[in-house]
Design a binder for this molecule. Structure first.
Ligand code: FMN
Length: 432
């Protein structure tokens, strides 16, 4: 393997043995809210990799998919606080939450086919007015729904594993955290070792990823490759056999293979799948991703989570003056019922007609993620247009998840295979 020139190496030369699964070492990351749809995750599993669904705003996702009414019920129950800024009493019904999670997971798992697996991305940073209780309800719902694996994304609550320690599936489900540093991994390992439960894998996410970043304003100073090398060396030294899965800015199959050659078990990728037919973004937003240039990308502090988030500067959320939507949503409320968007909205100036102006420094992430108004993306979003064809009407051709997955799997020399030309197919089919 080592003698093969790097540029001729490809992902398909490797396999990831995870328990009794022999996987193509590709993982599609969890993109909330329902951007990583069931269909996208199922495509990865069918092709022998791992696909994630996401449990971000899962009550809203269940309502959209299964015509349940969890969001409406919550909104009605808490209507008294709608016009004020005190949201102390706004809480989730834990049984509703667990049921929403089961609906989402069970539907996905019942439709799974093929040699791969489906995991769920559980965002620990969604505090939901009662961080421990709501996280337990979501984790339990995922386990009860039959999920193959749970990826705990940034937040790293020390006590997370304790929340499901008594669940019958605690030792058989695959569990892994997303970390952005060796320090964060060590914290996770410490809490796991107390329960004799090491992670089954660790996703190491660098500063070029989409979504929220596990870095501060100095994110430019970090390189995914350095963090991965440090973590691999640590695990080797400690004789810990934990598969490492790098993520963030891996754009070609050759980028991916270079990490496998270093000793990574698999790669997690996401941005290239945002322009697939299976991805949950509306069609017009997929075109907004395609048209991005490097100058359009910002890493911003507008998320009330406190973590920086990478997004396109023309995301509609930036110019919105929407009232906080905590009664219906409230996924970012602290235990005390606060959210920095509520403060920003309260402090925002009003126009001549007394209407609030957009607060600017924070956005209502719940509302805007529900409406696909936050165009979060990986750093290489501006290269998406190089992965497809421009159509006669000026739009870019959508890809299938299978096309992108196979391109990662088989490409060499940083080449990216374009999709079949639809115009040529029409011409051929009419026999011209
Ligand atoms: C549109 C989008 C939404 C994302 N949402 C989440 C999320 O909800 N939770 C999470 O842990 N990671 C999220 N991510 C990060 C991905 O799961 C993944 O780790 C990362 O983007 C990989 O880098 P790449 O996009 O450069 O391939 C998101 C990424 C994108 C592009």
């Amino acid at each position: 393997m080592e003698s093969r020139p790097l540029t001729e190496d490809k992902v398909d030369n490797y396999r990831w043995q995870l328990g009794n699964l022999e996987l193509v070492p590709l993982v599609i990351g969890g993109m909330g809210v329902d951007i990583s749809t069931t269909e996208l995750a199922l495509a990865a599993a069918r092709l022998g990799g791992i696909g994630h669904i996401s449990d971000a705003m899962v009550q809203h996702v269940s309502d959209r998919k299964f015509e349940t009414h969890f969001t409406k019920a919550k909104s009605e129950k808490h209507r008294a606080t709608r016009d004020g800024f005190d949201k102390t009493t706004v809480k989730f019904d834990l049984e509703h939450l667990r049921q929403a999670q089961i609906n989402h997971v069970r539907d996905t798992m019942e439709r799974k086919r093929g040699p791969g697996a489906v995991f769920i991305n559980v965002m620990e940073k969604l505090t939901m007015g009662a961080p421990g209780d709501t996280l337990r309800a979501r984790l339990t719902g995922a386990l009860d729904g039959g999920i193959d694996g749970i990826t705990l994304s940034a937040g790293l609550h020390n006590g997370t594993l304790r929340l499901i320690e008594d669940h019958p599936r605690f030792r058989d489900v695959k569990l892994g955290p997303i970390v952005s540093s060796l320090r964060a991994l060590k914290i996770f390992l410490k809490s796991g070792s107390r329960m004799n439960r090491l992670p089954d894998y660790v996703i190491v996410e660098g500063p070029l990823a989409g979504g929220h970043l596990g870095f501060g304003e100095d994110w430019r100073q970090y390189e995914l490759r350095d963090i991965v090398a440090e973590i691999l060396a640590f695990l080797r030294e400690e004789k810990l056999d934990i598969p490492v899965v790098p993520a963030g800015g891996i754009f070609t199959g050759t980028d991916a293979a270079s990490y496998l050659r270093m000793g990574a078990a698999a790669l997690q990728v996401a941005t290239r799948f945002t322009v697939t037919e299976e991805c949950g973004l509306p069609a017009r937003v997929k075109q907004d991703y395609y048209r991005a240039t490097e100058a359009d990308i910002v890493v911003s502090g507008v998320s009330p989570t406190g973590y920086p988030i990478r997004l396109l500067s023309y995301s509609p959320c930036f110019t919105s003056n929407v009232k906080p939507q905590c009664e219906a949503f409230g996924y970012l409320l602290s235990r005390e019922g606060t959210c920095t968007y509520i403060d920003a909205y309260e402090a925002a100036p009003v126009d001549a007609k007394g209407r609030k102006l957009p607060p600017g420094n924070k956005v209502c992430l719940c509302y805007h993620f529900a409406k696909f108004n936050c165009f979060t993306c990986g750093h290489y979003v501006y290269r998406l247009k190089d992965t497809t064809r421009r159509l006669a009407d000026g739009s870019w051709q959508l890809l299938t998840a299978e096309h992108v997955f196979r391109d990662y799997q088989f490409s060499t020399g940083h080449r990216i295979v374009l999709p079949a030309d639809p115009a040529a197919a029409t011409t051929a089919s009419v026999g011209v």
